[in-house]
Design a protein around this ligand. Structure first.
Ligand SMILES: [Zn+2]
Length: 380
């Protein structure tokens, strides 16, 4: 916290010095706000942006001619991915919906996926990870004591999406991420690459991973440069306002909200509402609210007031998570007490990524834009 007990807050958003390596310009505006402006320039929501999006959709259709599907849409049952699927179908695309089941789906997310794919008449492929294996990987990350305990899920999803795309000869993966609503995550909060995940698992895990796909760098290079598979963040091209989107999804797809940002997964709820704030002092609402402030969807004073109240967590969810992972209370307490580490304490491709422009382009295609912009703006 740069030597003082009161964190310094950005004058435009609500990110503060609890964010590693955050910097401020002479007006007190943080680096993440500048990154937002840069992204805004690249993804304007005007007529030109709309035209660009339509041209992109035409390209997707063109490359999909003669194939069963023209794009892959990853679905979690959450708002962003469901709306991405909805938009794809409304734009005349023929998507295959792909879901990665890591064992933590809430009942609502399961019914959301079912309702959406049925209402939109879209095929669904579900990749189910073996629970014992996935549990082993999740516990390994908890023991590694890094603040990115959701990375195994995020990276496995990405690996499945690329895999399925390649299998079907599809070149486009549609994703529900948007900098306008989710913001740009600091690198130490969400770093991921195949080497890092395998290294953590090797050190702290005990099972062999056969049903949890973890793409290697070689595979990634192959998918990106030989198969030319691209990731498109659909919400970045369209007007995307939470309340309107919720209403459309509820009315047209029988979708239901699950009560918190990314709480469609029970583990994500545990992670964001309990593990991050309690052990790491990280409040992800700051990231989300900051994004909403920058895109004019939330009032800054209101956001500042909201984060004064500690992130509310459901004790039952915490107890359920510990029990489901099969951890004893002593084991869990040891995890909570262990000194905090970052991905830089473990082997990864990070130095390679830093040293090379090509992996940075891959990271871009992989929807790892935050890291890319981190390099651009926050790199030492
Ligand atoms: Zn800011």
């Amino acid at each position: 916290m740069s030597g003082s007990s009161v964190p310094r807050v950005c004058t435009r958003c609500i990110l503060d010095t609890t964010v590693p390596k955050i910097r401020f310009d002479s007006n007190g505006v943080c680096t993440f706000c500048r990154i937002h402006d840069e992204l805004e320039k690249n993804h304007p929501l005007d007529a030109e942006g709309r035209q660009r999006f339509e041209a992109l959709i035409d390209t997707v259709k063109h490359h999909g001619k003669g194939r069963e599907y023209d794009c892959i849409v990853g679905v979690s049952g959450g708002r962003d991915s469901t709306y991405t699927l909805y938009t794809a179908v409304r734009m005349g695309l023929r998507p295959l919906a792909v879901h990665f089941d890591n064992g933590w789906n809430s009942d609502i997310s399961v019914s959301n996926i079912k309702n959406a794919t049925e209402a939109l008449d879209v095929d669904l492929y579900t990749h189910v990870a073996d629970w014992e294996e996935f549990k082993d990987l999740q516990i390994a990350f908890l023991k590694a004591s890094t603040s990115d305990a959701e990375v195994p899920t995020d990276y496995a999803i990405l690996s499945v999406l690329y895999d399925v795309a390649a299998k079907h000869g599809v070149r486009y993966i549609l994703n529900g991420h948007s900098f306008r609503t989710e913001g740009v995550a600091p690198i130490t909060w969400t770093y991921m690459d195949g080497r890092y995940i395998r290294a953590v698992h090797e050190q702290f895990g005990s099972k062999r991973l056969t049903t949890v796909p973890i793409m290697s760098l070689t595979q990634l290079l192959y998918y990106t440069f030989i198969r030319r598979i691209q990731v498109i963040n659909v919400p970045e091209f369209i007007e995307y306002e939470h309340e309107t989107v919720n209403r459309v999804l509820e009315e047209e797809l029988g979708w239901r909200y699950y009560g918190g940002h990314h709480h469609e997964s029970v583990y994500t709820e545990f992670f964001q509402s309990f593990l991050l704030p309690t052990k790491f002092g990280i409040d992800k609402r700051k990231l989300e609210y900051s994004a909403l402030i920058r895109s004019g969807q939330m009032d800054r004073a209101q956001a500042l007031a909201a984060v004064q109240t500690p992130y509310a967590y459901n004790k039952e969810i915490v107890e359920y998570t510990i029990a489901k992972l099969g951890l004893s209370n002593e084991e869990f307490e040891a995890i909570m007490r262990a000194p905090v580490k970052t991905f830089e304490d473990y082997p990864s491709y990070y130095s390679l990524i830093r040293a090379s422009r090509i992996p940075i382009k891959i990271a871009c295609n992989l929807n790892l834009l935050p890291h890319v912009f981190y390099e651009k703006y926050l790199g030492e």
